[in-house]
Design a binder for this molecule. Structure first.
Ligand SMILES: [Zn+2]
Length: 659
């Protein structure tokens, strides 16, 4: 608007009616020696003053003054040179503020090495090694879950080979939060080697519980509880600060690890919850503090990096819970992840609001609520709780059952209730089952199976989206993290390849150059110095299989055998061979499982007899004395034959007896 006003006030006559193209910035310059010269006169093309449209010598349409010599020509805005220098100064300030380069000691020769031993290229099993020349710390020691091909395996823990190698360098273990995928492998590590453990109270309490269960109570002596915002020196080389983070478990942290090379921020798992249930918001101020000081590298949670919608607050499930409890006519059975204490807390609050007593069923749920109450993370009047055997004494409308089994796990309380096998609780048609969780990928089938059972028993099931919210940062919160921390280098962590890949894109959007971002996989060692980041080597990683019944390791070959048994079956055969003429003394005894139907057993045995007979007629002289070699050979010929005929590789177990 100001521009137009100025234009209409212009009175000076136009002197140069036919300007050359090159002069079109000046062609309407009034012939007035008192006016300031147009600083853009000699400017480059494109630097025209705003609003100075090349309108040739046509009269300006908006000019009411019809006098040809007084046509409208816009007077260029004078530029205040002093003001302009401040634009440059502000640009410099932005550069200083945004470019982490300026905040790092580029002359420093110090470096730090980062090696994920789990948690990359997979979900769970998180364990990260940070190493200086002389010392190392670990961040989290988690477990993960097997897939359906790992028969009889309950959990997976990371391969500790590399830790054995650098055992003498390790000065401590830093714990970010108490989820199983961050602490679940601790007892297995501690049975073998021990180091000081640093963490906030809840994760330590949960690790302590594991130590007790594994009969290594004495290792609680390695606990070093810390206070958030207080910097802890670990060994000689590491200074670590825990910064409060919001996540789907209480008392979570990001950690700032400072070594001579600079500060590395490891976010742990996080989301940015502006209205957390306990009021303890993420410590954005400390993140910003480090960002301001200069951060060498950020390692940030990639779990939800595909999600463009910001992750909701834990409090966002409250209205749905309220609605559910307000309407429920019979018992309410709510199931969620037992570690999500704030979810459980909210459910209990609404239960109480609508006059219900609370019965907690399921070992992990009972234990987690107990720990949260013991350590004052949540407070409930003890008289709101009832035991499972008291449920039947109350009116259905007075009962809230909080239980495990939201993933349809076959040994969980809710699953047993669904098939009528729970000691105290049988599902009734008036029951309302609330699944306040999402399906962990891979569990959809078992959840669906449990839903079938529950609905067959007549119960209603509520599992809408608004009764669950994720604990992981979506793209927008990942951006906030990147902008607050403003790192020079960026390592997206926690997630499969496609998650970290997407997180890289977000990192680039937030100002980290592509060359400063590396996508790691388990076992890759990255060296970071103020001047560079590069992959230096690969260390051994993998998974160790654990049987939860006895907490013992299952050797790899056992799992491989089980896989073969499950998919291809087994052939056992006993072959008696004459020492004199290398001929079979009798028909071989052949037993099979999972290969041919019973009615074809005999035909199959005959086939095996023929295969062995042909083999024996061509046997090399002298081999007959070596029954081990004979067995190997027979295994080979039988394997070839079966594969040719059936395209299967069963387990083949030959026994050769030579008389
Ligand atoms: Zn977590």
């Amino acid at each position: 608007m100001a521009e137009e006003t100025q234009g209409t006030m212009q009175k000076a006559p136009q002197t140069d009616a036919k300007p050359k193209a090159s002069e079109n910035n000046n062609n309407r310059r009034p012939n007035n020696p008192n006016r300031k010269p147009n600083p853009n006169r000699n400017g480059k093309p494109g630097e025209k003053p705003v609003g100075n449209k090349p309108s040739g010598n046509k009269p300006s349409g908006g000019n009411r003054n019809k006098n040809r010599n007084n046509r409208y020509k816009r007077q260029p805005t004078p530029v205040d040179e002093n003001l302009k220098t401040f634009v440059g100064k502000n640009q410099d300030a932005h550069k200083q503020r945004l470019n982490p380069h300026y905040k790092l000691d580029l002359g420093s020769k110090a470096k730090i090495r980062v090696t994920p031993l789990g948690g990359l290229g997979e979900i769970g099993g998180n364990i990260m090694v940070f190493e200086t020349e002389k010392e190392a710390i670990l961040v989290d020691v988690g477990m993960s879950f097997p897939d359906e091909t790992m028969h009889g395996v309950d959990i997976l823990i990371p391969d500790f080979s590399y830790l054995r190698e650098i055992k003498d360098k390790i000065v401590g273990i830093v714990i970010t939060h108490a989820h199983e995928d961050h602490i679940g492998a601790m007892p297995y590590l501690y049975k073998e080697m021990q180091f000081p453990i640093y963490g906030t109270p809840l994760p330590l309490a949960m690790i302590g519980n594991k130590f007790d269960e594994h009969h290594i109570k004495e290792h609680r002596k390695y606990f070093n509880p810390i206070v958030k915002r207080e910097i802890v020196k670990i060994g000689n080389d590491f200074e670590v600060e825990w910064m409060h983070m919001t996540h789907s478990i209480l008392d979570s942290s990001s950690v700032a690890i400072t070594t001579e090379a600079g500060t590395v921020i490891h976010t742990g798992d996080f989301k940015i919850d502006y209205t957390p249930v306990d009021g303890y918001t993420a410590d954005l101020h400390r993140l910003a503090y480090y960002g301001e000081k200069g951060v060498l590298c950020l390692l940030s949670d990639s779990t939800n990096s595909h999600n463009p919608t910001p992750t909701g607050s834990e409090l966002s499930v409250a209205p749905a819970l309220d609605r559910i409890f307000a309407k429920a006519e019979g018992r309410v059975l709510l199931s969620t992840f037992s570690s999500n204490i704030h979810r459980v807390q909210q459910a209990i609050q609404y239960g109480i609001k609508y006059g219900r007593k609370v019965c907690v069923i399921g070992r992990s749920m009972e234990r987690n609520i107990e720990i949260a109450m013991q350590y004052d993370y949540v407070r409930f009047n003890k008289n709101i709780f009832i035991d499972a055997d008291e449920v039947s004494r109350l009116n259905d409308k007075e009962v809230l059952i909080v239980t495990t089994g939201s993933q349809g796990e076959a040994n969980s309380a809710l699953f047993r209730m669904s098939i009528g096998e729970h000691r105290h609780v049988k599902i009734k048609p008036t029951d309302l089952i609330v699944l306040s969780s999402r399906a962990i990928p891979g569990n959809e089938g078992s959840i669906s199976g449990m839903l079938n059972h529950l609905q067959r028993a007549g119960a209603s099931v509520a599992m809408s989206k608004d009764i669950h919210v994720s604990g992981h940062a979506s793209m927008e919160e990942q951006k906030l993290m990147l902008r607050l921390v403003n790192p020079k280098f960026f390592l997206p962590i926690h997630g499969e390849y496609n998650h970290v890949m997407k997180h890289r894109e977000t990192g680039m959007m937030c100002g980290v150059p592509e060359r400063n971002i590396l996508l790691m996989t388990d076992g890759e060692q990255i060296e970071i110095a103020p001047k560079y980041m590069r992959k230096v080597k690969t260390v051994k990683t993998g998974k160790t299989y654990i049987d939860n019944q006895n907490n013992h390791q299952i050797e790899d070959d056992i799992v491989l055998d089980r896989q073969k048994l499950a998919t291809d079956g087994v052939v056992m055969m006993v072959v008696e061979v004459s020492e004199q003429n290398s001929k079979m003394l009798d028909k071989p005894k052949v037993t099979t499982f999972g290969i041919v139907p019973d009615k074809q057993d005999k035909a199959f045995a005959k086939e095996m007899e023929d295969v062995v007979e042909i083999y024996l007629t061509n046997i090399k002289p002298g081999l007959i004395e070596n029954s081990r070699a004979l067995e190997n050979d027979i295994r080979q010929v039988v394997r070839k034959h079966i594969y040719r005929k059936m395209k299967k590789y069963p387990l083949i177990v030959p026994h050769v007896l030579v008389h």
